[in-house]
Design a protein around this ligand. Structure first.
Ligand SMILES: *Cc1c(COP(=O)(O)O)cnc(C)c1O
Length: 423
C-alpha cells in the first residue's frame, strides 16, 4: 500500500475473516474482562488492551492509524478538535516556565491559544515572521525555547511555510518542528518527508470534508531524539510518577511522544472524539484524494478568473504563476496547494460585504475546506472587533475575502462569482 490513494481507503481498519468490511463504530465507553487479574495486567502495562474510551477506542485508533500511514508517521492519535491537537502537541513538550516559537501567520484560533491562553499556564509563545532570516529568528530563541511551530499553508493568508528550512533551523537548536498540515492534507504535502517531527490537523476541514464533525489529529514521526537532549525535555526523559514511574523516551522509544500524549494528557484533559465522529472522519478520508484534486483544479480556475477581473484588487493563491509563494508551492505541493483563495474587491470593506451578500450558492459560513463553496470576510466576521489599522498589523487586509472553493462544477462557481460582481 505504498500509494496514498490506496492508503486513504485501506489503511486503519483491517478486518479479519467474517468481520465488518466498513469500520465499525465501537460506541462503548468501556470493555469487559473475565477476571480481575486480566484487567489488573492492563493497568500495570503488562498486557495491551482496551479498557476505557478516554484512553483508547478501537474506532478512534483505526482512524488515527490511517492518518499516521498517510503522513508517513510512526504513531498518531485523534483529538476532539484541531484546537485540542495543537494544544496537546505543544503542551506534551513545553511545561510552565518554557517558551516556544510559532509563526505569526497561523490560524487565529491557534494564535489566541498560544499567545493568550497558554501564557496563563506560564508558557510563553514567541511569534516570528516567516520572512525573517535565520539569524533574526535565532535572536528570538531563549535557553528555555523548546519547539517551533508553523502551518504548511497559512490560514487565512494562504502563504507557504518553508518546512525544510525551518526544520533545519529547529534541529540546529535541538528542538522539534511541529507542522499544522490542515490545509495541504497529506495528499498534497507530507511534512515529515521535509524534516518536520510532528504533524497536526484540524480534521474538521478537508479530511472530514463535508462539514459534519469537528476533530483533530497528532502524528509523530518518531524521529526526534529526546534522549539526546534529555535535560531539555524532562517530561519525556525523566520518570512520570503519575504513570508507574515510567520514563517515556526510555520505555517507548519512537512511540514515546504519542504514548505520553495519550496516557498523560488525554487521561487528564480528556478531549477525545466520539467514535461516531471518527466514523464520519473515516468516510471523508476514503475520498480525500479525489476531492483534493478537484478542490485544487477548481481553485486554480477561480484564482485565474479573479486575477484577470477588473473589479478585483488582488489575489493570493500560491498555485498562480507570479504569486509570491509560487516557488515554495511547487516545491512542497507539486500536485496543488488547497482550495482556499484569498482576494480583495476594489472598494475595500464595504464593496466586499456587498459582493458577498449577492452570492447565491456560495454561502457565508464560519468554515473552510469542505465540499461546498463558502466564504468568510475576516474584517466583518472572525476579526470583527478590530479597526482597519489593527487588521493590517495582524496581516489580515480589511478587504480580504477567504474563499473556500468547493467541488461543484467550475462553470457554476465562476458564474456565481460573476453575477455577484455584477458582470
Ligand atoms: C480550523 C483550524 C484549526 C482549529 O481546528 P478546529 O477543528 O476548528 O478546532 C487549527 N488549524 C488550522 C490551520 C485550521 O484551519
Amino acid at each position: 500500500m505504498s500509494h496514498i490513494e490506496t492508503q486513504c481507503i485501506h489503511e486503519g481498519w483491517k478486518p479479519a475473516q467474517g468481520e465488518p468490511r466498513q469500520l465499525p463504530i465501537y460506541q462503548s465507553t468501556t470493555f469487559k474482562y473475565d477476571t480481575s487479574d486480566a484487567m489488573g495486567k492492563l493497568f500495570d502495562l503488562e498486557a495491551e488492551g482496551y479498557f476505557y474510551t478516554r484512553l483508547q477506542n478501537p474506532t478512534n485508533d483505526a482512524v488515527a492509524a490511517k492518518i499516521t500511514a498517510m503522513e508517513g508517521g510512526y504513531a498518531g492519535m485523534l483529538t476532539s478538535s484541531g484546537q485540542a491537537a495543537n494544544f496537546y502537541a505543544v503542551f506534551n513538550i513545553c511545561e510552565c516556565g518554557d517558551s516556544f516559537l510559532a509563526s505569526s501567520s497561523i490560524y487565529g484560533g491557534t494564535f489566541n491559544l498560544f499567545g493568550t491562553t497558554m501564557k496563563k499556564m506560564g508558557i510563553e509563545c514567541i511569534f516570528y515572521d516567516q520572512s525573517m532570516t535565520d539569524e533574526e529568528i535565532e535572536a528570538l530563541m531563549k535557553p528555555n525555547t523548546k519547539c517551533m511551530f508553523g502551518e504548511t499553508i497559512t490560514n487565512p493568508t494562504v502563504g507557504i511555510f518553508d518546512i525544510e528550512r525551518f526544520a533545519k533551523l529547529a534541529h540546529k537548536h535541538g528542538m522539534p518542528l511541529i507542522i499544522d498540515n490542515t490545509f495541504a492534507t497529506p495528499i498534497n504535502c507530507r511534512p515529515i518527508e521535509w524534516g518536520a517531527d510532528i504533524v497536526t490537523h484540524s480534521t474538521t476541514k478537508y479530511m472530514d470534508g463535508h462539514a459534519t464533525a469537528v476533530g483533530g489529529a497528532i502524528i509523530d514521526s518518531g524521529n526526534f531524539d529526546w534522549m539526546a537532549y534529555a535535560d531539555r525535555f524532562p517530561g519525556l526523559t525523566t520518570p512520570d510518577e503519575s504513570y508507574h514511574g515510567i520514563t517515556y523516551a526510555a520505555k517507548f522509544g519512537k512511540a514515546a511522544y504519542i504514548t505520553k500524549a495519550t496516557s498523560q494528557l488525554m487521561r487528564d484533559f480528556g478531549s477525545i472524539p466520539s467514535p461516531q465522529n471518527s466514523f464520519y472522519l473515516n468516510l471523508g478520508l476514503e475520498s480525500l484524494h479525489v476531492r483534493m484534486e478537484r478542490h485544487c483544479s477548481n481553485a486554480l480556475a477561480v484564482a485565474k478568473f479573479l486575477k484577470d477581473n477588473e473589479k478585483v484588487a488582488w489575489v493570493h493563491y500560491a498555485d498562480l504563476e507570479g504569486d509570491e509563494y509560487h516557488d515554495l508551492a511547487k516545491k512542497y505541493c507539486p500536485k496543488g496547494t488547497c482550495g482556499v483563495v484569498a482576494f480583495g474587491i476594489k472598494g475595500g470593506r464595504q464593496a466586499s460585504i456587498e459582493f458577498m451578500d449577492k452570492l447565491q450558492f456560495a454561502s457565508i459560513v464560519t468554515h473552510v475546506a469542505d465540499a461546498k463553496t463558502c466564504l468568510l470576510h475576516p474584517a466583518s466576521h472572525t476579526h470583527r472587533q478590530m479597526t482597519d489599522e489593527q487588521l493590517i498589523e495582524a496581516g489580515v487586509a480589511p478587504d480580504l475575502i477567504r474563499l473556500s472553493v468547493g467541488i461543484e462544477n467550475i462553470d457554476d462557481i465562476i458564474n456565481d462569482l460573476k453575477q455577484a460582481l455584477g458582470q
